[in-house]
Design a protein around this ligand. Structure first.
Ligand SMILES: Nc1ncnc2c1ncn2[C@@H]1O[C@H](COP(=O)(O)OP(=O)(O)OP(=O)(O)O)[C@@H](O)[C@H]1O
Length: 256
């Protein structure tokens, strides 16, 4: 099996069993891929993630996970008991103890180096998300699963977080499966986008999905403009630094 996770014909019912949350969903993610699931509230994104992780019963279909697959997971909601003091360092050692070096290394990798002794309750939203990402990166996962990792962040925070995700993928080779509502920036960091609404409405490259009628029907006519604007600014080669010395012509001239 080359895929990290491969699922066929997933159907999930609501508790009670009368309504479907997801119907006949096929899914796969390959090594080093960044796949993002988008869709309106209640469209089954978190349910899909939980089914892929084996945390949710299936009414039909199968999920196969590669043998020995290590997954780092950041769930949609992390409940902090604010009455119990907890440092970043201690949090990283739950549930499995990690050494000081490893803790320092992983925090540095996610841009929050040196925060070991800080209380979790004293972190900003962006710092907290980075600490969660750091914890998911412990134990060297083949796949990172992030359910709405940028909730509560402002626009610059969101952009910075997605840049970090790309960097982590480059450095560690981990594949990334994300749920996101940040349509504007999702497109930047994803190799493939899956648009969900109880079933797979459309999927493919960001460019393909952003122009698909199913996607536009879900997110409104304005969505295409937004993504087009994004592509306008990014439809160029990212393989090298575009510093002041970069002399080649870029074909994304400013709009007149
Ligand atoms: N534990 C549960 N009990 C009852 N219904 C549930 C449960 N979990 C999910 N559902 C229902 O399943 C449907 C899909 O929920 P899910 O959380 O997967 O959607 P989502 O796309 O992740 O939504 P959001 O964008 O709001 O996070 C919703 O209608 C939700 O009410």
């Amino acid at each position: 099996m080359t895929a990290l996770i491969e699922a066929r014909g997933l159907t999930i019912l609501r508790p009670g069993g009368l309504e479907t949350v997801l119907r006949d969903v096929d899914f796969r993610i390959d090594p080093q891929e960044i796949v993002t699931v988008v869709g309106p509230n209640g469209s089954g994104k978190s349910s899909l993630i939980r089914a892929l992780l084996g945390h949710m019963p299936l009414a039909a279909g199968q999920v196969a996970r590669k043998a020995g697959l290590r997954i780092g997971y950041v769930p949609q909601r992390v409940q902090l008991d604010t009455t119990i003091p907890m440092t970043v360092r201690r949090f990283l050692s739950l549930p499995r103890r990690v050494g000081d070096d490893m803790a320092a290394q992983v925090l540095a990798r996610t841009g929050v180096g040196g925060l070991q002794s800080r209380q979790l309750t004293q972190l900003s939203g962006g710092q907290f998300q980075r600490v969660l990402l750091a914890r998911a990166l412990l134990h060297d996962p083949h796949l990172l699963v992030l359910d709405e990792p940028t909730q509560g962040l402002d626009q610059p925070g969101i952009v910075a977080f997605y840049q970090l995700i790309e960097e982590v993928r480059r450095q560690t080779g981990a594949a990334v499966l994300m749920v996101s509502h940040d349509l504007l920036v999702v497109m930047r960091a994803s190799d493939r986008v899956i648009c969900l609404n109880g079933h797979v409405c459309c999927e493919g490259t960001p460019q393909h999905v952003s122009t698909a009628p199913e996607y536009r029907a879900l997110f409104g006519a304005g969505s295409e403009g937004t993504l087009a604007l994004y592509q306008h600014h990014h439809d160029h080669d990212h393989d090298h630094d575009h510093g002041a010395a970069c002399a080649h012509p870029h074909h994304h001239a400013e709009a007149s």
